[in-house]
Design a protein around this ligand. Sequence first.
Ligand code: ADP
Ligand code: MG
Length: 758
Amino acid sequence: MSKSKSSESVKVVVRCRPMNEKERAAKFERVVSVDVKLGQIIVRNPREASASELRKVFTFDSVYDWNSKQIDLYDETFRPLVDSVLSGFNGTIFAYGQTGTGKTYTMEGVRNDPERRGVIPNSFEHIFTHISRSQNQQYLVRAAYLEIYQEEIRDLLSKDQVHRLELREKPDTGVYVKDLLSFVTKSVQEIEHVMNVGNQNRSVGSTNMNEHSSRSHAIFVITVECSELGVDGENHIRVGKLNLVDLAGSERQTKTGAKGERLKEATKINLSLSALGNVISALVDGRSSHIPYRDSKLTRLLQDSLGGNARTVMVANIGPASYNVEETLTTLRYSNRAKNIKNKPRINEDPKDALLRGFQEEIARLKEQLQKRSGKKKRRGQRRRAGEGSDSEDLEEGETEDDAEDGDYWREQQEKLERERKAIMDDHSLVAEERVRLLREKEKKMEDLKREREAGEMLAAKVKAMESKLLVGGKNIVDHTNEQQRMLELKRQEIAEQKRREREMQQQVENRDEETLELKETYSSLQQEVDIKTKKLKKLFAKLQAVKAEIHDIQEAHINDRQDLEQIQNELTRDLKLKHLIIENFIPLEEKNKVVNRAYFDDEDECWKMKPITRIEDDHQMMTRPLSAVGYRRPLSHHARMAMMMRPEMRYKAENIIMLDMDLPARTTKEYQEPVIAPKVAAALEDALRDEDEIEVDASGFRSSLGPSPSTSASGSLKKPKSGRPRTGKKSSTPTSPFSPSSPGSPLYPKCRGLVPK
Ligand code: ADP
Ligand code: MG
């Protein structure tokens, strides 16, 4: 069931931070002026000297200058929102703006300084004070903390900081983060602790905290469930969820020159932010039927807050210095658009996912169990006591009375058992065995008694623990200071409301002034009419110029955006082409087809996934385990299986080792063999190595052998010249050579020794 309300706009406030030290030191010009009364931000263009006419004026629900206090913002802008969360609406606070303009200061502020605490700590205080003052209501408060970085969701409260969470959607409860931890908190300290843990985790994961926080979105979620007896006599539960969002820095991420991973990073970092911008544009446009919530994690998660059923406040943070003027204008335009988003807030009454209902039911169940236990026990006790002459039939007793009696009962039982044990010990008439048996029995009974008692106590503790999580107010309602504080708050709220009304009226007056001026005026002369009309014309002309300049600026911004997008597109197209090229040239067609067939797009997770490999008829993709391997680590041969059966105790089983014969390397060397010398060569060598004195010169046969002997040509070698060759020492007295000079019938001169080719 839900109570609907008419639509209301997203509330947009602008906060300008003071000049910081550096800016003051560098004497930067202040280009932003803030008209708190009128709710206007006026930005001068520092480049144009005669810029007084080309000022840009933006009007918002409220604006805060550098003197604004955290508590002012809270009382005027955030308190009403948190109040509506306490009464069951969903609420969201966004902090938007360039890095260093005070988003984190606005959301968290300086934690230890009560003056400079931001919205988050102030809302803790607010929520728990509200609960303590409530009457006849039960509350359950829980907190979760997550971060979106590069389109990945990280649970900042989880121990496992590596794990990434997924978004899921349920038709009845909408989009939620699966497995996001949320902690039930019972006091300001507890919820502060939760925030601190999250903040620590946020900085742990990053090397450069500043850069990281400027590129990631942090969302702190407080869920307040309230149960109250309705007029129909039934308990009704209202659930309000408060999203406190510290967005990533809105400055343009540099994409130029980025490639590969860095490009991907650059495109992903601000994806959520640009998707947020697109969602806002689409919502404001009115013509587009499709709102691109699904384009990013952030917009999906906060779908309710933009054009949905939540109440939303956007704080646009800007810097005052001249060098920030571009980003300041972008921020102002962005938030100016967001003003026109219409939401339809409604109270979440008795939603299905209320935890409180479950808690209450569990407590009731446990209590019933406890009741039954004590009922049983009491009946036993009563039976016993009836015999002793006591009479008490009443089962419905007060808690304290019950407790006291509880203790008595256990004590009585124990004492009784103890007495009985003693009696057995003292009873000498019993046989030893019998006594031991009886004693054991008694001991067992005592044991049982103890166990039963412990179980009862555990149950009671559980009930207590669960009940302690549910907060009930009304304790300090008579507290005097509390009452005063409350009055003070009310007054402050009234003042804030007054201020707001005043501002609205001022704005209206301003608008009407211009419209009605003309009607009232009567002119005494033609000249006067001309003068006045000229003046008016000038004014209008200036306005026209301003609007023209604005249009021009916006167009320029669009062109820039488009160029950026085109650049990204080009890079991505190139990337895609490269991948295609690789696939076409290096991946076998068969493999490619397998992957293509298995790939599918998961709508839930919004990414491509692979179907598991399954055996399909005529599809041999699947590599099933061979039948022979069932029960074994790998296929076994028949022999191995037989061997296992024969010798089951074998230490090395065939399935555990692979036996292979050693592969001996092939020989590459040979035995040494003396070279075989032809007999001719051997003889010649022999000759050549013979000593000179062994050569006998016999001239007698010279003449006879002169004619036919061909060796005359070698007559020059009549005497062997002395050579330095070592002598072999072999003196062959019986030369084997047929040419041996000493052979019978040798010519007068020795023959050539065969060194000169014949
Ligand atoms: P962001 O979160 O937008 O990057 P921070 O919140 O970290 O910016 O603010 C940057 C610095 O400016 C911080 O040192 C903060 O204390 C200071 N600052 C921002 N806004 C204000 C303000 N309204 N008053 C005083 N100091 C501020
Ligand atoms: Mg920050």
